[in-house]
Ligand binder design. Sequence first.
Ligand code: AKG
Ligand code: FE2
Length: 181
Amino acid sequence: MEQFAATVSDLAQKLAEILAENLGHKSTFFKEHCLPSTCYLRMNRYPSCPISSEVFGLMPHTDSDFLTILHQDQIGGLQLIKDGKWIAVKPNQEALIINIGDLFQAWSNDVYKSVEHRVVTNKAIERFSTAYFFCPSYESVIQSCAEPSVYRKFSFREFRQQVQDDVKKLGHKIGLPRFIL
Ligand SMILES: O=C(O)CCC(=O)C(=O)O
Ligand SMILES: [Fe+2]
């Protein structure tokens, strides 16, 4: 697991730099703000569920980070929204899935989009996945790399707090729309 974390941590740094350079920004932001101590791994277990059509493994959401690197087993269940339709992501244990998170959407001024995804459960078989969340420190300020900016600048702490408050009050995350100028 430590080896996996080290490998995906390097990969996340490289991908973030490439995605930033692609927008014309040779950014040191990610090296300075996204450290091994501010990123984290989550191991997900989805028990089998006889009423799978009524129960999500994971509710529809976007990730509150820059990038997520995901490894899933052969069971399947991850879906993402494309043109208003839920599309199943074909399970492939030899592949990693890269998701753009909310912070990259804000940083790129909506050029990169944080994809909405969910997990449906399997009637008979449990499923496992491992997700690496590429996050900055709570003090880091996320600001658009282009003008005019779609979102006001915010600290990662502020963003997480707003998400938590919304989930508590409304039962779901609002996310970036809270920060539109
Ligand atoms: O288990 C999966 O395939 C997705 C996990 C996920 O979206 C998350 O942990 O945020
Ligand atoms: Fe997710």
